[in-house]
Design a binder for this molecule. Structure first.
Ligand code: CP
Ligand code: NVA
Length: 309
């Protein structure tokens, strides 16, 4: 049955581990997986800007013997004259999978419901699940087994990155802490979904408003921009609100002595993180960026193996 990857909990804990294992193998040997059978064009559509996602999907699809077709929404009919569902009906006649960076989660759901090819969320306002596969791969490399580790996300708890950490982290059996102002807490429905997953994985999700309390003893400290794409009009309010959640040396000193710092990038040095932390020795951001390639190759192979004939 065709599977889609629209949110981090679209895969089970065992499936997440399987994809991460394959990603690890592909990182050790970039050509470990034979080229995908037959002509495999993958459409990669962008409603928002991107560097890492665009490049890692393009390179990863080419590595697998496929052809990436990068589409900018502004120059397509999608979002203007044509619905996600009609677009999907057309694309599925020609491509093997659809990767889409967009705003609302509802559009992704509509596209997935209307097509027989796998649809992958390359970032929406609510989730960034491909980034989380890369982050989990990176944490595994630096810290070993994910289950039982404590990861603290600071800043915009309602953002795609925070909400993906909540879902993907508990799927991996991690203890996920999110520290944010109350008005920027993760959605209650996302926390409830994570709580249900945590029952079977032993993970947990805990919300904080106090940054220091959330950082205490953490194995991994994560942050992201305070002004996600699409939120530019709120910049003044956000900068005024998130100051207490900036990751600086003092905050890092509260985490475990061997804690690592992560950021999906792009970063605003001096806002969500100070330069001495993001460019310091605890930072593993460049491994994290590289791992987009390996994680997404594994995801595509896994999804295409399950695609309806
Ligand atoms: N982290 C990430 O998704 O980066 P891009 O916006 O450059 O794709
Ligand atoms: N939260 C950020 C992630 C960028 C990769 C955004 O949505 O802009």
């Amino acid at each position: 049955m065709t599977r889609h990857f629209l949110r981090d909990d679209d895969i089970t804990p065992a499936e997440q581990a399987e994809i991460l294992d394959l990603a690890e193998r592909l990182k050790q040997d970039r050509w470990a997986v034979k080229p995908l059978a037959g002509p495999q064009t993958v459409a990669v559509i962008f409603d928002k800007s991107s560097t890492r996602t665009r490049v890692s999907f393009a390179v990863g699809i080419a590595d697998l013997g496929g052809s990436p077709l990068i589409i900018s929404t502004a120059s397509s009919q999608l979002g203007g004259k044509e619905t996600p569902s009609d677009t999907a009906r057309v694309l599925e006649r020609m491509v093997s999978a659809i990767v889409w960076r967009t705003y609302g989660q509802a559009g992704l759901e509509e596209m997935a419901a209307g097509t027989t090819v796998p649809v992958v969320n390359a970032l929406s306002d609510d989730f960034h699940p491909c980034q989380l596969l890369a982050d989990l791969l990176t944490i595994r490399e630096h810290k070993g087994d994910l289950a039982g580790l404590t990861v603290t996300f600071l800043g915009d708890g309602a953002s795609n990155m925070a909400q993906s950490y909540v879902l993907a982290g508990v799927t991996a059996g991690m203890h996920v802490r999110v520290a944010s102002p109350e008005e920027f807490a993760p959605a209650a429905s996302v926390v409830a979904d994570a709580d249900r997953i945590a029952d079977s994985t032993g993970g947990s999700v805990t919300l904080y408003t106090d940054a220091a309390e959330a950082a205490a003893g953490a194995d991994v400290v994560v942050t992201d921009t305070w002004v996600s794409m699409g939120k530019e009009d709120e910049k003044a309010h956000r900068v005024a609100t998130f100051g207490a959640y900036r990751v600086d040396r003092e905050l890092m000193s509260l985490a475990a002595s061997d804690a690592v710092f992560m950021h999906c990038l792009p970063a605003d040095r001096g806002y969500e993180v100070t330069a001495d932390v993001i460019d310091g020795e605890q930072s593993i951001i460049w491994d994290e960026a590289e791992n987009r390639l390996h994680a997404q190759k594994a995801l595509l192979v896994w999804l295409l193996e399950r695609k309806d004939a």
